[in-house]
Design a protein around this ligand. Structure first.
Ligand code: SOE
Length: 390
């Protein structure tokens, strides 16, 4: 007789783009992965009852609540999923940890290092599983890059080149949403996109020791939003009034890793034609790997140890059952994509709970990323080359 998996009740806080991506993952993970824990989509929390009811109906959340604090305190809630704008992450995560709930939190972790340190202290004191959703680690092609690096296939790493380019706010009439206001987002593409690249660099190359950063803003004022549909990044009707943009529009960062490698990070939302172009190149003494989210199932690999007449970048299609997660999905060549990385993350999160393990990146990993990002903003403000905050 098969043992029925234990079930845990999830409370989701936030119903925009990430609330949608997370709901999709929580609702699919049990069908795809044989997790020892079955997540129950118990309560979704939001600010407007009508849209909450529609969201809950669409995604199968059993209850709705306009009060996230009361929901977190409920004895029948086991996991809190934070899919909110960045400025709310710390308050909700700390409340969830203090209530003894496991915490699945969107990136970037927080607006400040201080907030991130308080989040780490709360989850450490509570002994709960905690995770920051830098989902791109869980693309099989990225996991393959990690495997090749760990196997020594590219040798000692000399260079990291990370770029994360989008173009969804290049229109001056895109409204002044929370993403463009420092008090809500902390920063612009630097926190939103470079946080992903820094996490990947930490995962694949190592810790960052010193850095220099420059940021720039291209559009200083934007129309105030009347309505805004986060899921499609499409500005709804805009108001007559204008407001000041208080974050950067682009960030360029040069770093020295603790292991001696050099790195560059570019984040922008003004690269026309780049919709979600997260890519990295890693060059080592024995070879190189290149990942490009516009071709998410592929990893380019070059080995100096191939016979000279055979040397050249090869494209590995990371859809073989030997590649992470693939055996749970489809036969070779039946590609996977962006949404699957969220399913992988919730599967590993549930696995960590069932085994009493940690999942990475956890809040301590996230704190390291926030330290790099905050140091970079200081570097940009003071035009200095700085050592990353310890
Ligand atoms: C917007 O830039 C955004 O939604 C990021 O916030 C996500 O982390 C990224 O995965 C896609 O683009």
């Amino acid at each position: 007789m098969s043992i029925k998996p234990k079930s845990l009740n999830v409370a989701l806080v936030g119903t925009r783009f990430m609330g949608k991506a997370h709901s999709n993952a929580w609702s699919r993970v049990d069908s795809i992965f044989d997790s020892a824990i079955k997540p129950v989509l118990k309560v979704v929390c939001g600010r407007d009852q009508t849209s909450l009811d529609s969201f809950a109906d669409r995604w199968g959340w059993r209850e709705t609540s306009l009060d996230w604090r009361a929901t977190i305190e409920r004895d029948d809630i086991d996991i809190v999923d934070i899919s909110l704008p960045t400025h709310m992450h710390a308050e909700v995560a700390i409340a969830a940890a203090k209530a003894g709930k496991h915490v699945f939190c969107e990136k970037p972790m927080s607006i400040t290092v201080k907030q991130a340190q308080e989040m780490v202290a709360a989850v450490t004191s509570a002994g709960v599983v905690n995770y920051i959703n830098h989902n791109y680690r869980r693309m099989p092609a990225v996991m393959l890059a990690k495997q090749l690096i760990s196997e020594g296939k590219i040798g000692e790493i000399y260079h990291w080149r990370g770029t994360y380019q989008q173009d969804w706010i290049i229109d001056p009439n895109f409204p002044l949403t929370w993403h463009l206001q420092k008090e809500y987002a902390g920063s612009g593409p630097h926190g939103d996109l470079n946080s992903h690249s820094v996490d990947l660099a930490h995962f694949l190359v190592g810790e960052i020791d010193t850095l220099s950063c420059q940021t720039a803003r291209f559009i200083d004022e934007r129309p105030l939003p009347a309505t805004y549909e986060a899921a499609t990044f499409t500005a709804g009707t805009i108001g007559e009034q204008k407001g000041k943009v208080t974050v950067e529009d682009t960030s360029l960062m040069i770093v020295r890793f603790a292991n001696g490698a050099m790195g560059s990070f570019e984040a922008t939302r003004f690269a026309a034609g780049r919709k979600n172009h997260n890519s990295f190149e890693i060059y080592g003494s024995e070879g190189s790997v290149i990942f490009d989210l516009e071709r998410p199932n592929e990893l380019a690999f070059y080995s100096r140890n191939d016979e000279p007449h055979m040397q050249g970048f090869r494209t590995i299609l990371a859809t073989d059952p030997s590649h992470p997660y693939i055996s749970k999905w489809w036969p070779p060549g039946h590609n996977i994509g962006y949404e699957h990385t969220f399913v992988h993350a919730v599967a590993d999160f549930l696995d960590a709970i069932s085994k009493g393990n940690q999942i990475h990146p956890n809040f301590s990993d996230g704190l390291k990323t926030i330290k790099v990002l905050e140091t970079a903003l200081k570097s940009s403000e003071n035009n200095q080359h700085l050592k990353v905050i310890q």
